[in-house]
Structures are given as structure tokens and as C-alpha cells.
Design a protein around this ligand. Sequence first.
Ligand code: 9GP
Length: 786
Amino acid sequence: MIAPPTTVDGFVTEFLLNLAQDRGVTLQDSTVDDRYLALVRTVRGHLAARRLETERAPRERKTICYLSAEYLLGRQLDNSLLATGLEDIAAEALAACGVDLDELRAHEIEPGLGNGGLGRLAACFVDSMATLGVSSIGYGIRYEYGIFRQSFENGQQVEHPDAWMRGGSPWEFPRPERARIIRFGGAEDGWAVRAVPYDFVVPGYRSGAGILRLWSAEALEPLDLPAFNAGDYERAVRAKTFAENLSKVLYPDDSSPQGKELRLQQQYFFAAASVGDVVDDLLAGGGTLDDLPERAIFQLNDTHPVIAVPELMRLLIDEHDLGWDTAWAITQRCFAYTCHTLLPEALEVWPVDLLRRLLPRHLDIIYRINEEFLLTVRERLGEERVAAMSIIAESPVRAVRMAHLATIAGVKVNGVAELHSQLLRDAVLPDFAEFFPQKFTNVTNGVTPRRFLRLANPALSALITEAIGDGWVTDLERLRELEPFAEDAAFRDAFAQVKAGNKKRLNDVLRVRDRTEIDEEHLLDVMVKRLHEYKRQLLRLLHVVDTYEGVVSGRVAASALQPRAVLFGAKAAPGYVMAKRIIHLINAVAGVVNDDARLEGRLRVLYPANYDVTLAERVIPAADLSEQISQAGKEASGTGNMKFALNGALTIGTDDGANVEIRQLVGDENFFLFGMTEPEVAALAPAYRPGESVDAGARRALDLIASGAFSGGDRSVFEPIVTNLLTEDRYMVLADYRAHADAQARVDAAYADPDAWTRAAVLNVARCGYFSSDRAIRDYQERVWG
Ligand code: 9GP
């Protein structure tokens, strides 16, 4: 394969050829859609060449098979141009054709095949593995509809299907020749679907490539012809509809699994297809099953793909005639498990009845794995530990604990930040940590510097490169070399100008997308992440309301406020009623606060709908302040926190997740720490009575909300939020209120000295190189994959 030419003329030729051959139009007659698709086709040719080159190069023996139900990819065009080094050539070539590259960029629909941090992490990891030249393949589901599109009607969230493939899915390569049959049910009531893979090439930065293989479900027979001929059109396509439902839509829930049958079907569908794919590849390449652990490791991204464990056992025993012990010896060396949560309710548990119906053979295998495991538990730790460590929970219904299965089968189990890994050992899986002490390890998350600094923040990237060269793009620790520049007044000035410019770039988007804008002089205070009570958007909002109340009641002069724009971005799981109420309240507060002239425009609340990766890439570089205010011990890591710090926002945060490591690296003086620590939370929990000693500021905010001030006088609308805080307050918003408000006051004081603020922002950038996903992947290589 000869790589396509990488000259401007060559690019023009390819582009025009693709327009003609692929779209059947000339440049003059083409639509934006035609031009976008022809451009993708042109760039994709380079990706394919890169992929083939990578495949031909001598390979490491072991391939990392990343199993993840989610990949929150974001737009592909810019990243592909950057990775292939075609940025300038493409821009020149298109300009020569009179085509506006920005218009084509804006035309791209991002594949939102993930809910939030977990899916975005998977996308960062495949990027880093490709860039580092790690032999790797990501496996997942090609959802026809990704995470829902959010709009607001009367301030309330409305969900719309995300038809990301409506213009086709031009980046992928269908691989029908690798399709596999996936069977469900037992001998008598069995049914099957076809899993068809579609490959996305994941280009490494300037070299290397990986594959992201996403499985799509199809019926074995697309049409029941006799039924059709008999005029029963519904029955004629029933099997097709049923099969396609499997990969139809991403479950829009993070942190609280739904326990729905279709979800388990999805999980088995992609896990079985992926495991089968890897085993077939091994055998086709002349390997034997004994070689499997040396040639592949399946990294389980949370519990979603854990059904792959009994599936590999089934494959080895039933289809390849290995004995149980041999199969188990192989299987136990082929998996590693990453846990991404601390919320007990987020650890998946599947009812035995459901498994018996859907995957009876797998249930038998799980029982036997459990039986043998519990024998050793009895022997070493005694009978009294058996119930807690069993894979099978007995109540409220008999169910399979997927985290236990993953821990027993995995060579390693890791958490995603130091604090999380420690709590995983001490609080979530303590018996297992005692039983398998050598299995537990930590790999702190990271984010790709290509997308979240180099592409998202071109001006800062240029400034950094001017100062220290461009080595940081693949070696982010080199940002350390920026530290001396924090003392350089001219550099600080340039840095502040970059931030100001990024606020303008954000406004360019907000004006079109949301018909709103921020005041570029305001401190931009940002809280973007999924809407969940543990993340505590309410804590931020109560302080906004308290500030507002201060001005309208006359206690505080508007002129005394540090002008701020508080920007929220968050989707709530459609069935999460309280989260949706909180969204409503944020919008209601925004409506009132933004319209009240008494504030003299010094406090604004913005809530652009449908926060996604594309918007994140504009918001993060513009932010001054990053809100990371979860209850300590609840956020496993966070990755937004890393992106903000790398882009020069200062963090206001609790000692939670990766905040702890960010603060240690950037220094206490460059971070606004507040709130209870995890041990303090644990100590307070049993006796916590939120309504008994409410801080005066929080009380004013709650009273104002309860009065109907944000609901046209109707006191009932937000009453459940107020009552919940005063009586339950599961995540201790009220207990941390004063500490948070005081920290916000420290933020105001610090921002009043812009130069000192900028110095701290530069130091945040310089000291956060650790949070590259390249480093995280190296840690996996060292600590997990061997
Ligand atoms: O909630 C965690 C988040 O803290 C973490 O950064 C992310 C990636 O590790 O995973 C999230 N977990 C989930 O979405 C579900 O376990």
C-alpha cells in the first residue's frame, strides 16, 4: 500500500476525485455535506494507510484488548488532521478550492457513544495507546443512537434521540467478513443475532494507529419471507427489529445501572463478539490457546464487560474442548479489571433468574467459579467470610455480583486515582484486598494532551511551544519547563491574553448555539459534568442564590461583587427525578438572576443545553475557575478536573478523587481547597441531621427558593429539593456550605489581583503534565499488563 500523497496539490486532487467518485458531484454543484464527506474520505485514506503500515511493522507479542461499553469520541476531523500532520496541507488545499474548512468542521456530528467520564477516558486511552505504539484494539458497541441530545423546555430537560449516523458514518470501515453469531438462551429456547464489526482507525499522533472495533447487531434473516408473502408485514420484520434493538441505543445512565434485560444483552453481545474475535485471530495466526495469556489481555472497563469472563471459559471448554482446570488457568491470566466508582449502587449485580433465562450456560460456569473460590475462602479466612465474598448475593434477590467475578478472575484490579484505589481496598472490596493483596493497584486517570490542549486550546499551545518547544504534545511532563515562565511578566501577559481570547472563542460558539454569551470581563466559573447529587451542583447553586439574596435584600452592594459568570453544563439520566429537578432549578435561578437589574450584570448564570465533547473543547480553555466540589469519597477520579487545570483554570475543590493529586502537584497556594475530608464525612454520617444547624447563608438561599422566588411564586415546585436538603442531604451539601462559601470568597480576593492569578494559572499548567493519558497507559503497562 502506498500512502496517499501529502502535498497540497495531491490533496486537492484526492479531494476532487472523492467528490466526483464518491458523491457524484463537481465542486461547483456540491453541498456542504458532499464536501464534508469528500474531505473525510480523503483523510480516511491516510488513516487507512497508517493502519496498514502499523500492522506490517514488527508487533509486540501482547495486544491490549480494551473492552468498554462506552467511547465518548468527540469529533474526528481535527484530531485526524492533527495526528496525520495534514492540518496545514488540508487547510491550504481546501482554500485553493474555495472551500471553508471551518464550515466543514462545524458540519461534523460527534459520535456520543458514552455518558461521561468513563466513556471519554476510554477514548483518551485508545488515543494514547495508538500514539505510544502499544499494540491495541478497543472493543465496544456501535450504538445507533448515542447519549441523548438535551434541550430545555420551560427550564426542564427534554431528551431527544441522538441520530449521530444520520449523515452516514464516514470514518468507519465496515468489516462484514468478520461478523460473528452470538447466541442467547438455552438449548430449547435459544436465539441468535449477528454481530458485525465496524472499525474506526485511531491514529496515533504523527505515527502509529490502533483500531476501535464497534459491533452492530443484525438479524440472521433480515426478512421472514413467508410472513411477508402472507401479508403479515409486522411479523416479517419482527426478528430484524428485535435483533437491531441490541445495538440501538446507549443506556443514558451513569453511576446507577438500570438492571434492564436489554442492557445485559448488550453487554454479552459485545463481550462475546470481542472475545471470539481475539481467539479466532490467535488461532488464525498459528497460535494455540495456551498462548492466549501471552498474546492478549482483556482490560475490563468497569463491570459492563465482565460477562466476558464466563464467555471465555465457555469458549475454551465447549468449543475448544479444554478441561475446566486448563481453561480456568488460561482465563485467570487474560483479564484485568478497572473499577470506576465508589458508589455501591453503581457496582452491577444481575439477578440469577435473568441470567438463567438469558445465559444459562454462563450461569453454570459462574456457579462453579464461585464454588471453587469459596472453598479456598473457607480454608484461608473461615466460613464467616463466605457470604460477603461470594459472587452470588442472596438478597434482596439472588444475584451475581459482577465486581466480585471480575476481581476473582482478574490478574489485577485497579482504581482510578490514589484516594479511590485506597478506598477500593479499604471500603468497597476489603475482603478481596485481604485475600488477594497483590492484585490491587492504582492507575490515576489521564487525558489526551492532543485533544484537550493542542486542539482545544490552539493559542495556549502556541504559547507553550514558543516557550519550550513542542515536545510536550507527546511528553506532557515537559510542561514543567514552563515553571520559570510563571515569573516572567511578559509571559504572564501573553498567557492572560490567551485566556481572554479563549473567552471570545467560547462566545463565538455560545452566540450561535445558545443565543447567549458571557461577559468577557467576568471571572468564568465553570461546573460541567453529569448531573448527580454526589457531584453537588446544588452546593454551587445555593451559593449563587445566597449571593443574589445578599444584593436584593440590600445587605451587599452589587458594586462589591466580583463580576462572575457561573456556567453549568450537565445532562441528567432521564429517570433520575431529583437530578432533573435540580436542572430545572438551575435554569429557574438563571432566569431570575440574569434579569434582575439590581445585580448590575455582575452575576450571571448560564446553562447551555446539551453539554458534549465539542462544547467542552470551547468551555474548558476559557474557564478561570473549575468547580470540583463532590462530597469527599464519592468521585472516583474525575477527568474534567485535569482538563481544566491543564488549560490554566484554578480549581476550587474538595479532597476527592484526583483533586487530591492535582492539589499536591500544583501546590496548596494554587488551589482553593475546602470541605470535609473523606474520614470526616464517614465520621459525621451516622449522626448527620442536616436541618439542625444550617449555616445562615445556606438558610437564606433555601428560604428564597422555598418562597417561590424562582418559580413565579409557586412554592411547591422546588419544595422537594429544599425538604430533601433539610431532612436527608445524603451528600452533605449543607455541612460543607460555609467552607465552600468561604473558599469562594478567597477566589474573589485572589482574582482581584489578576497578575498573581495568572501566575497561579501558569503554575497549574506547568505542574499538571502528570495527568496525561500517555502516562496512565505507561502505568497500566507497568502495573497491570506486565
Ligand atoms: O464517576 C467516575 C469518574 O470519577 C471517573 O473519572 C470516570 C473515569 O474513571 O469514571 C466514572 N465512573 C462511571 O462513570 C461509572 O462507574
